[in-house]
Design a protein around this ligand. Structure first.
Ligand code: ADP
Ligand code: ADP
Ligand code: MG
Length: 665
């Protein structure tokens, strides 16, 4: 075994590799860019070397810098992780030249699989089944058009050097082919520096099923079973699982053996993944990824093995730790990729500081189920535009798929992230959706169920609002005394009774919500929206940022993270962002203005904050109107008693209309 290795990567995979190094007593060296000086992966390793600027081209893709760092620190081997230089044959070659072990396959195997077209030619020779298509050298557009017409539409154009879901075009009809070819070649040239394309029959409703293989330097090769990665957005994986559901034993074995044949055909060494596209029980070779895969943890969970440990042992010249007959699948594992992105905006990446980050570690789950979080960030870290916006991988294992699924649902509900937008809520819908729950999997699942997956969802708004009010009351008490929130009670006893209106903007629904807190010296109540006042109590929970409330008959605990005037509430498995509208400040402004009880312009009533009979102080907010996309709060021109409320939420009002009647004191 090595004494020291360098990890030529960042983020969760660098942390993941470092964890195995620690476990094996191998020293680890991190490399980092300007943007990553304080990154988690740097802290996770024993030493770290700065290699350049923030952009990948200036740091994680700089072969010489990385080789120099390995030399300078005395690292005997380099683990490339995934992405970056992991499938770069020049890098593997440079390691060889420098006498440093590349923890991966030989240069020749990377080269053979690096071109999807050349790989398919090899696989054809090794009798591995291929999707009907064309993967020849001749790239004459007229010939490609004839081949596409022969294969039959729809066809898929792929950049031969492509990866990461880029450089692909579906072509529906012959007339569209020429334009699609030109655009695919442009993208291929700019993304991969090579414009060679191949054509495949575009399969409808296929599954993506891949096989984990491992080979050693002594001719040993095994498969560590399969993973289903059909749930994809923009041809990129979102949910993965092992084993692939519903495969007949003989199909599973045939795929495993085909994958091993593929690896043997290129004299493979180390960890690799052979990706197949499947329809029914038919499977076809798609490509081989000559590295550790993002979703390798699901295989680790069902086999009980550490694949990074295997990588290190094999790279160090040891034989495979187990033979095929010793390998078994135990239970079922699921992985969800938690990204900083906005699903509603076409999964556009989102950036920003992770102001609050709580992952479901230490949460209790169904008996026997376990949860693993692989993450490269901590609370306070920033998701930058420079690298992949993945926040964490959430991996669960259970005795059955149903157990794993139930645990995944609960684990996602326990994720709390404030800062960049995330896909957590989208993942929650995905894992509770009918097709995923019943394992009716294919690569079009997200698109086909788009409407259901993006439909508004019922959320426990009333409870969340009560928690936000509790956190605000606590903040106000603390501020009133400038000391402990606990002794702030005197504040409320001043006149034996007290009411306070809160108006919140629900930032997700972009709606205004109101709540009215009242304290008559003995009992507290809260009226949410137009609902009647209910008995209300709140307290601080045991955990950090934790609050409890009772509202009427319900009792709820949740967490509230306050970011300025935005209160992020996590309760009952849902997340909310409420922005507190400081009406007293608005009302004070209004006081200097008209202070009348009439509509300042035609508009809509969006919140009514008082009921007939309410006794209000001067400046108290009474009604909120929306007009011309602006909000106007109508405040009390003087202290008094509200005798009549003339409009309700949702009503349209004319310019100058009287909104309520106030009897001045
Ligand atoms: P996997 O196949 O391991 O599930 P992906 O194919 O999505 O994962 O790619 C793994 C990682 O490598 C991702 O972070 C992706 O952004 C990156 N990646 C893959 N191929 C390329 C490429 N050709 N260029 C740039 N980044 C890539
Ligand atoms: P990448 O290198 O970007 O991972 P792949 O060749 O592995 O490219 O394909 C990525 C995804 O595109 C697959 O997981 C699958 O969803 C879809 N895909 C690839 N080939 C086909 C095909 N022939 N028919 C239908 N879908 C395909
Ligand atoms: Mg692929």
């Amino acid at each position: 075994m090595f004494d020291k290795i360098l990890i030529a990567n960042r983020g969760e995979i660098a942390c993941r590799v470092a964890a195995t190094c620690r476990w094996l007593g191998v020293k680890s060296v991190a490399v980092y860019s300007d943007a990553d000086a304080n990154a988690k992966h740097v802290a996770a390793c024993d030493e770290a070397v700065h290699i350049g600027g923030a952009s990948a081209a200036d740091s994680y893709l700089r072969i010489e810098r990385i080789i120099d760092a390995a030399r300078a620190t005395g690292a005997q081997a380099i683990h490339p992780g995934y992405g970056f230089l992991s499938e770069n044959e020049d890098f593997a070659h440079a390691c060889d030249e420098a006498g440093i072990v590349f923890i991966g396959p030989p240069v020749s195997a990377i080269a053979a699989m690096g071109s999807k077209a050349a790989a398919k030619a090899l696989m054809h020779a090794a009798a591995v089944p291929l999707v009907p298509g064309y993967h020849g050298d001749d790239q004459d557009p007229a010939l490609l058009q004839r081949e596409a017409d022969r294969i039959g539409y729809p066809v898929l154009l792929k950049a031969s050097a492509g990866g990461g879901g880029k450089g692909m075009r579906v072509v529906e009809r012959s007339g569209d082919f020429a334009a699609a070819l030109a655009s695919c070649k442009r993208e291929a040239a700019s993304s991969f520096g090579n414009d060679r394309v191949l054509i495949e029959k575009y399969l409808t409703r296929p599954r993506h099923v891949e096989v984990q293989v491992f080979a050693d330097k002594h001719g040993g090769a095994v498969y560590l079973f399969d993973r289903d990665c059909s749930v994809q957005r923009r041809h990129q994986k979102v949910l993965e699982e092992a084993p692939a559901p519903g495969l007949a034993g003989e199909v599973r074995r045939a795929m495993g053996e085909a994958a091993v044949a593929a690896a043997r055909a290129v004299d493979y060494v180390g960890a690799g993944t052979v990706e197949f596209i499947m329809t029914g029980a038919d499977f076809y070779f798609m490509e081989m990824n000559t590295r550790l895969q993002v979703e390798h943890p699901v295989t680790e969970m069902v086999t009980g093995l550490d694949l990074v440990e295997w990588q290190l042992r094999v790279a160090g010249g040891e034989p495979l730790p187990l033979a095929q007959a010793d390998l078994k699948v135990n239970g079922h594992a699921l992985e969800a990729r938690i990204y900083a992105e906005s699903p509603a905006r076409g999964f556009l990446p989102s950036t920003g500081t992770l102001k609050h980050l709580r992952m479901p570690e230490g949460v209790e789950f169904a008996t026997g189920a376990s949860v693993r979080i692989d993450s490269g960030v901590r609370e306070g870290d920033t998701i930058t535009p420079f690298y992949d916006p993945m926040i964490a991988k959430l991996i669960v294992h259970g005795a059955t798929r149903a157990d794993a699924l139930a645990t995944m649902q609960r684990a996602l509900e326990a994720c709390e992230i404030v800062g960049p937008q995330t896909n957590v809520e989208f993942l929650q819908r995905l894992v509770t959706s009918e097709p995923f729950a019943t394992a009716d999997l294919d690569t079009g699942l997200i698109e086909r169920h788009h409407d259901a997956l993006f439909a508004p969802r019922d959320k426990p708004l009333r409870e969340a609002l009560a928690l936000a009010c509790a956190a605000l009351l606590r903040r106000e008490r603390g501020a009133a005394r400038g000391a402990s929130p606990w002794d702030g009670l005197a504040h409320w006893r001043l006149n034996g009774g007290y009411t306070q209106s809160f108006v919140w903007r629900d930032l997700d629904g972009d709606a205004l919500l109101s709540a009215r807190f009242a304290h008559d010296g003995r009992a507290q109540t809260l009226a949410s929206g137009a609902a009647d006042a209910e008995p209300f109590a709140w307290w601080l929970g045991g955990g950090e940022r934790e609050y409890g409330v009772t509202l009427g008959n319900s009792r709820v605990t949740g967490r509230v993270f306050i970011d300025g005037d935005v209160f992020h509430v996590f309760c009952l498995g849902a997340a909310f962002a409420f922005e507190w509208q400081d009406l007293l400040a608005h009302a004070a402004d209004a006081e200097h203005g008209e202070g009348r009880l009439t509509a300042p312009m035609p508009g809509k009533v969006i919140a009514v904050l008082v009921k007939p009979g309410a006794v209000v102080e001067k400046g108290a907010p009474l009604i909120v109107m929306e007009a011309m996309k602006m909000e106007h709060t109508i405040g009390a021109p003087s202290a008094g008693k509200v005798t009549e409320v003339l409009y309700a939420v949702g009503d349209q009002v004319a310019d100058g209309a009287q909104l309520l009647v106030l009897e001045a004191e």
